[in-house]
Design a binder for this molecule. Structure first.
Ligand code: SAM
Length: 427
């Protein structure tokens, strides 16, 4: 009874789809709050109904603040290209970016670092960073991070230019975002679903709303997408998380065909873009050599390639050497981003036939199967990823999601424990 009421409250208040995080997480959070308040179930429910403060504390206990510097770095690389392109055309500034949800701040600071590296000066941009959870914002404002916030080479490269260091008594290093970067970011609290947030007329050229929509119910998601659309300039770009691309394209956006970027724009923009050269999507990608070191790609895809004509594709598919198979996987990702799942899967499976131990290949395959609702094969692909790399957190997250969808809560709980152990090990 208590859980049902609490879940109803969370669904209504923050749009939380309980399946996305699991009933166990909610039960544990409620149990912790009851213990902290020294209350039994009924008394806690009464408190929750009457206290705004307790409502906030419970919300803080259930949100997933998972984030890191330059997470999915290709999005930042792409942003730098677009901004450089605009600057060349004299279209810059002052530039404002919305980063919501910003969690503990890594994403918002990464945006500021990207824009500095792209050549903008401090008075040419600002980042509005918003999250529902006050404790994660408090962390963000300290601008102080441990090594676990730097998970990729791109993130570690940024340490040199944008952080100072201090050492704890036990020799652990702490990284402090430089004050010049901190000054570019305004943190504030807000619920994307509340009527007071983003209610002003301001429209942003770029919005980063990554890894939030996956936690929403269909109803909340629809509402959130509408709000984001209202806050995005006509020719603006909305960046979402890798699992969210298909959610947003069902909501009136169309994907930008760049591998691994997961940016979208209003569907209505396409025809206007063709006639208007100064729009955000660069006509041709900026050469990697001219890209700032901090935002250079290290993944399989250095630059998005135009989709090959069918005859070229065939050639590529049957080529044996590693470079061409990499291109093949990259092309599969491009198709997947565009929603061409059949083509994407075909290329991906072809790629795996010649590179059967490719973690990236199996992961992409899993994502494609998942998007096609072929859950058993998606599960097999993610399990294969884990077999090849037992510390692959994203594969675990997908497996949790799939297990919860099939009400296999015990299986999900086991995966979740494993994920928690990995995170603890990292921090
Ligand atoms: C997984 S983090 C994503 C952080 C970052 N965007 C990223 O991709 O690395 C999700 C964040 O969403 C926030 N959140 C959850 N519900 C929200 C809502 N309704 N409005 C605003 N933020 C919300 C949580 O507090 C949490 O910090």
């Amino acid at each position: 009874m208590l859980n049902l009421s609490v879940e109803g409250f969370l669904e209504q208040e923050i749009g939380l789809d309980i399946k996305s995080v699991g009933h166990t997480l909610i039960s544990q959070a409620v149990f912790r709050r009851m213990q902290a308040c020294h209350l039994n179930e009924n008394a806690y429910l009464r408190l929750l109904q009457n206290s705004d403060e307790e409502q906030e504390l419970l919300i803080d206990a259930v949100v997933i603040p998972e984030t890191s510097f330059f997470r999915n770095h290709k999005a930042f690389e792409f942003l730098a290209e677009v901004v450089s392109e605009r600057a060349k055309k004299g279209l810059i500034q002052p530039l404002k970016i919305l980063c919501m949800p910003c969690s503990t701040g890594e994403e918002a600071y990464s945006l500021a670092m990207t824009l500095f590296t792209a050549g903008l000066s401090s008075d040419e941009f600002q980042i509005d960073a918003i999250d529902i959870c006050e404790p994660v914002l408090a962390h963000a404002r300290t601008a102080c991070y441990s090594a676990s916030s730097f998970r990729t080479k791109v993130a570690k490269d940024a340490q040199q230019d944008y952080f100072s260091r201090s050492y704890m008594e036990n020799g652990q290093v702490r990284f402090h975002v430089l004050p010049s970067v901190q000054a570019q970011v305004n943190f504030r609290q807000g619920n994307l679903l509340s009527s007071t947030i983003l209610a002003h007329d301001e429209q942003y050229p770029f919005i980063f709303c990554r890894n939030l929509l996956i936690y929403f119910t269909a109803h909340a998601r629809k509402h959130a997408i509408k709000k984001l659309e209202n806050s995005l300039q006509q020719d603006g770009l909305l960046f979402v998380g890798h699992a969210e691309r298909s959610l947003i394209t069902q909501g009136g956006f169309e994907p930008v065909p760049r591998s691994g970027v997961f940016a979208c724009r209003r569907a209505s923009c396409t025809s206007k873009r063709a006639a208007k050269p100064g729009m955000p999507l660069p006509a041709s990608p900026v050469k990697m050599a001219s890209m700032p070191a901090q935002v250079r790609s290290t993944g399989i895809s250095r630059q998005a390639k135009p989709i090959a004509a069918p005859s070229q594709q065939k050639k590529m598919t049957h080529c044996g050497n590693a470079k061409q198979t990499d291109l093949q996987l990259e092309q599969a990702q491009v198709y997947a981003d565009q929603g061409e799942l059949g083509k994407a899967l075909h290329l991906c499976l072809d790629f795996l036939a010649s590179q059967p131990t490719s973690i990236t290949g199996h992961f992409l395959c899993g994502v494609i199967y998942q998007a096609q609702d072929i859950h058993d094969l998606a599960e097999k692909s993610f399990q294969r990823v884990l077999y090849l790399n037992p510390e692959h957190q994203e594969a675990l997250q997908h497996l949790i999601f799939l297990a919860e969808q099939h009400h296999a809560y015990n299986v999900a709980a086991q995966y979740r424990k494993r994920l928690q152990r990995l995170r603890q090990k990292q921090s």
